[in-house]
Design a protein. Structure first.
Length: 79
């Protein structure tokens, strides 16, 4: 758990996200976040969908097509 402080920009309060957490979640300056309140908690999450985040990691020169996963083993083999 990280502990931070509130700052102020204009009439709004801001929360600083520690660099280690921002790197781990691949957050960028200006990125939209969801902010929700539940009881006495503030819940902050990325507005990006998980799929969009995963697709963003695919290189532009990725060659699409079929690919093998190796020989079938175990219960996934159907007769």
């Amino acid at each position: 758990m990280a502990v931070g402080k509130l700052g102020k920009v204009g009439n709004s309060l801001v929360v600083r996200i520690p660099a280690a957490i921002a790197r781990a979640l691949d957050l960028r300056e200006g990125e939209e976040l969801r902010i929700n309140q539940r009881d006495h908690e503030i819940i902050v999450s990325s507005a990006r969908s998980r799929m969009a985040a995963m697709l963003a990691t695919v290189p532009e020169d990725y060659e699409k097509g079929e690919w093998g996963t190796g020989p079938a083993v175990g219960a996934e083999v159907f007769e």
